[in-house]
Design a protein around this ligand. Structure first.
Ligand code: 5AD
Length: 375
């Protein structure tokens, strides 16, 4: 049986596994452009022309886990470890809100000791108060990305963050292939398990967060079928948000000898995955990953042009910026006023989007399932 033309396939509302695999496998530049364009256009139809910014603050690179792909894994003795002070974090929050971003995203290596949990709770409450003082009546939007925690911790942080309408958590599943997941997380110390990750995602939902997950694209050993199953998993988890980026080798990790995909094909596959995911899950918020910027200068704009509608400019203080090296040569030179303006200008010029300044931009998927208005 011969295949239907691509242009026809791209008008469908529903996509079979075979359809998705076909989209992911596209390599012909004009075919790829058609796919990316369709994802961009559907994003416009469903979400409007705004992209939303979250000021990203890398709170600490101290980590108790040994994920093999990651440059800040516990076993990397060469990493200089830091934890920002509360004052530094609040300065960065102030910076992001003054820039009109409306939301901040706080991220760190993974710890679950009481001292850390208390510290984050205290910081979230202070950040909330600061944002109210700065004139955001409900408090700013907050996206947390602190890994697997107990339901009780998730609840405490949710309360501290103060604004239940713009409360979000990102916890990537990394891959839906369980054997590959286990391979990525083999460790002699504390290691990640698949059931724990799923439990955490379910607890986040129970605790009232807009829940985001995602995978790395182009992991050594990952197949196109795995990526199709990743998309199916996003659907079955009923997630509100997605963050996906290319897998990049990290010399601080323990997978160097497994290599990585060539840059050109990896960029194309990443854009295909973003676009196919946008077609399958039209109502989620989807973030343009920093890893894509590292793979290719201007990569985040290309992500927007492939169906993403969220950007996370880095507002971490320069003092520690270079130490949050998840992978080699990580990019993210924003957060000087000049480069922020340059980034915003470049985005506007290259993507045809507008920026949703001083808006929360919560995921439509979340607003529909919880009956909330546009924010
Ligand atoms: N390449 C790409 N992404 C990576 N991450 C960690 N290490 C790498 C890497 N080498 C991503 C993981 C994690 C997020 C915080 O960073 O997906 O969930």
């Amino acid at each position: 049986m011969s295949e239907i033309p691509l242009t026809e396939l791209l008008t469908q509302e529903k996509f079979s596994d075979d359809d998705l695999a076909r989209l992911l496998r596209l390599t012909d530049p004009s075919d790829c452009e058609k796919l990316w364009r369709e994802a961009y256009d559907r994003c416009t139809k469903v979400h409007g022309n705004n992209i939303y910014f979250r000021g990203l603050i890398e709170v600490s690179n101290v980590c108790t886990y040994d994920c093999r792909y990651c440059g800040i894994r516990k076993g990397n003795r060469a990493a200089f470890r830091y934890t920002l002070t509360k004052e530094e974090i609040l300065e960065a929050v102030r910076y992001a809100l003054e820039a009109g971003y409306g939301s901040v995203a706080l991220q760190s290596g993974e710890r679950d000791d009481p001292k850390f949990v208390d510290f984050i709770e205290d910081v979230l409450a202070a950040a909330h108060r600061l944002s109210v003082q700065m004139g955001i009546a409900e408090g700013c939007g907050m996206t947390l990305s602190f890994g697997e925690q107990t339901l009780e911790t998730y609840r405490r942080w949710a309360r501290a963050a103060g604004n239940p309408n713009a409360l979000r958590y990102l916890l990537r599943i990394e891959t839906s292939n369980r054997a590959l997941f286990d391979h990525l997380h083999e460790s002699t110390g504390k290691s990640k398990t698949w059931p724990a990750r799923l439990q955490a995602l379910s607890d986040l939902r129970t605790a009232g967060y807009q829940v985001g997950t995602g995978v790395m694209i182009g992991i050594p050993g990952q197949t196109i079928e795995d990526l199709v199953r990743d998309i199916r998993m996003f659907e079955s988890l009923d997630v509100d948000m997605l963050g996906m980026g290319p897998y990049l080798v990290s010399h601080g990790g323990s997978m160097v000898e497994e290599g990585m995909m060539d840059k050109g094909p990896l960029l194309t596959l990443t854009r295909n995955m973003l676009a196919a995911t946008r077609l399958a899950l039209p109502t989620v918020n989807m973030a343009a990953a920093t890893a894509l910027e590292t793979l290719h200068s201007g990569g985040r704009s290309l992500a927007i042009l492939s169906g993403c509608n969220v950007m996370m400019p880095n507002v971490t203080p320069q003092r520690t910026r270079a130490s949050y090296q998840l992978y080699d040569n990580k990019q993210g030179t924003e957060a000087t006023p000049d480069s922020n303006v340059a980034l915003e200008g470049e985005l506007l010029r290259t993507t045809g989007r507008t920026i949703g300044f001083n808006r929360f931009g919560s995921a439509l998927h979340f607003r529909k399932r919880t009956d909330r208005p546009e924010d």
